[in-house]
Design a protein around this ligand. Structure first.
Ligand SMILES: C[S@@+](CC[C@H](N)C(=O)[O-])C[C@H]1O[C@@H](n2cnc3c(N)ncnc32)[C@H](O)[C@@H]1O
Length: 225
């Protein structure tokens, strides 16, 4: 029997502005990376330079990723998102700010990481405010689970790190439990003495929404053991 794939997102089109749609029509070929068959991405060729690679999964409207690409011009950034209004918005910003160190992929990130990224090739993987899927019956849709962490372990460089932020306490707890049981990662969470050399994370739209609802924020930083 064919099982339906459980994904961490549902494609809700939502409202798309004229300028976001125009960006999808005109700018997508300029700033997006196509993933094909089982081909691995060649970052040096895509960015026409060798540099550290940071991948962000689920950049939403992309404001914080744009700021990071501006703040760290020596790092090559790849944003992965499936939400079309957000993709249109970030394309307009990449174009307006003439950013040559940021490209996007419009595909399920789990498949991208599993099929198209060379092992031990990523310096930073960031996931800011992933969909929390708060109902218990939907927890199986949460992006961060054991299967996902096994893929992350393979693609991160031994010196690389994974940075997750969430405003859902129960999601933060479940991620930390997964990490404790994992023989692959060592983590720090909201520690005053973070000794990892981290890329600073600007505030995001969903973070502001969570804070307005009175939620806390948990930053979880993990290195390969
Ligand atoms: C709650 S939003 C957070 C957006 C943004 N990071 C922020 O903090 O404002 C989560 C985003 O992750 C995207 N997403 C979820 N699962 C994904 C996947 N497997 N591949 C790509 N994007 C995904 C969703 O489309 C959504 O835009």
């Amino acid at each position: 029997m064919q099982h339906r794939k459980i994904r961490s997102f549902v494609r809700r089109e939502g409202r798309i502005t004229k300028s976001q749609q125009a960006a999808l029509d005109k700018l997508l070929p300029l700033y997006s990376i196509e993933v094909k068959n089982e081909e691995k991405l060649d970052f040096g060729a895509l960015f026409e330079r060798d540099a550290k690679i940071a991948i962000e999964i689920g950049f939403g409207m992309g404001d914080s990723l744009i700021k990071m690409a501006q703040n760290y011009p020596d790092i090559n950034f790849i944003g992965i998102e499936v939400h079309r209004p957000g993709i249109g918005a970030i394309l307009n910003n990449i174009h307006a700010h003439k950013l040559s160190n940021l490209k996007i992929i419009t595909h399920d990130a789990v498949e991208v990481l599993r099929n198209h990224i060379e092992h031990q090739s990523i310096d930073y993987l960031q996931i800011f405010f992933p969909d929390p899927w708060p109902k218990k019956k939907h927890h199986k849709r949460r992006l961060i689970n054991n299967e996902f962490l096994a893929i992350v372990k393979d693609i991160l460089k031994p010196t690389g790190y994974l940075h997750i932020a969430t405003d859902w306490e129960n999601y933060a707890e479940s991620i930390l439990e997964l990490m404790q049981d994992s023989s692959h990662f060592q983590c720090q969470s909201n520690s005053a003495e973070l000794d990892y050399e981290i890329l600073c994370r600007p505030n995001t739209k969903f973070e502001r929404r969570g804070l307005n609802l009175g939620h806390g924020v948990w930053d979880i930083l993990c290195r390969c053991k």
